[in-house]
Design a protein around this ligand. Structure first.
Ligand code: SF4
Length: 306
């Protein structure tokens, strides 16, 4: 029995072999950090945003991709890759620069270019450029959008500066161009209830989202969350809570949605606490083992699946 839809396997089916994602790190920011919407950013967002595994942003896109391709190609015999604009908000820059960046990923062995962004930072202009890029180069496009939770009160608490409506609007816009969407969710937000986690999965299912990345709430040094944590203003959930909620999320998510991560990874040196100070793979194995033993699988509680 397939307990959940594993992203790497769905890529293998799509491209006929293993495909590796190569992060691209650009010197960008975000309207939630530069003062356009807010100055502080999301309460958990650190100086390096999500890109701690990336190469230095002073390297060109081509240099970053070629260096990583060479390394991963040599170590794993990989021949196909996804260029992944990972860090901060990759559509928050001039439209000319966005277009130029996209075309810089048109290198041999790149089969897909993935753009990570906020739901309120993607426009028809970006989507038209992506469409043209894909038809000019034959490279597929995918888009990653941060949601974290469907609970608008929690979105406010974590200072996302967007609501659920922006997310729904962005997903519909991206889908109307035929591009798949992967959503980022934080499973163990202490301000969410289990019911919110279930509803987040149901929203992704209703929107027919193609992928999900599940994370725990890391406390990155120097963030608003770190300050709250140190003052005792926030009580984090436990590893067992994460596992319970992760399984609840998966059971309410369509089996068509590929799971890119059951839990994220964070660098120890930058965090006060991440993944309950337990290796991510141990938590992943525990989730898989509970699901296997209980004959539980992704989507088995979803009444929305057809
Ligand atoms: S939207 Fe992303 S980059 Fe912007 S502040 Fe939030 S986590 Fe950081």
């Amino acid at each position: 029995m397939k307990i959940y839809n594993i992203y790497s396997e769905s890529l293998k089916e799509k491209y006929g072999e293993k495909v590796y994602k190569l992060p691209i790190n650009l010197p960008l920011t975000c309207p939630n950090r530069d003062g356009t919407l807010e100055k502080g950013g999301c309460i958990f967002c650190g100086e390096t945003a999500a890109g701690f595994e990336s190469l230095p942003c002073k390297m060109s896109i081509k240099e970053q991709l070629e260096k990583n391709m060479k390394y991963i190609g040599a170590h794993y015999g990989a021949k196909k890759f996804i260029a992944f604009f990972q860090n901060f908000t990759n559509t928050y820059l001039s439209i000319e620069r966005f277009e130029k960046n996209l075309y810089e990923t048109a290198l041999p062995h790149i089969v897909e270019t993935c753009i990570s962004t906020r739901p309120d930072c993607i426009t028809e202009q970006h989507l038209n450029i992506m469409k043209k890029f894909s038809s000019d180069t034959g490279i597929n496009i995918s888009v990653e959008i941060g949601l974290q939770t469907a609970n608008i009160h929690t979105l406010k608490t974590i200072n996302r500066c967007h609501g659920l409506a922006e997310f729904i609007y962005a997903v519909n816009a991206v889908h109307s161009y035929g591009f798949p969407v992967c959503a980022h969710v934080i499973i163990d937000l202490p301000w969410d209830s289990d019911e919110d986690v279930r509803e987040t999965a149901r929203i992704l299912t209703a929107l027919k989202i193609e992928g999900a990345k599940m994370h725990s709430l890391y406390v990155v040094k120097g963030t608003v969350l770190a300050d709250m944590y140190e003052k005792g203003d926030v009580q984090l959930l436990s590893k067992d809570d994460y596992i319970r909620r992760a399984i609840l999320f998966l059971r309410n998510l369509s089996p068509c949605c590929a799971i890119e991560r059951l839990i994220g990874r964070a660098p120890k040196k930058d965090t006060l606490i991440a993944n309950f100070n337990i290796s991510w793979w141990k938590i992943k194995e525990e989730i898989e083992s509970i699901m296997e033993k209980g004959a539980i699988c992704q989507g088995d509680c979803s009444k929305l699946c057809i």
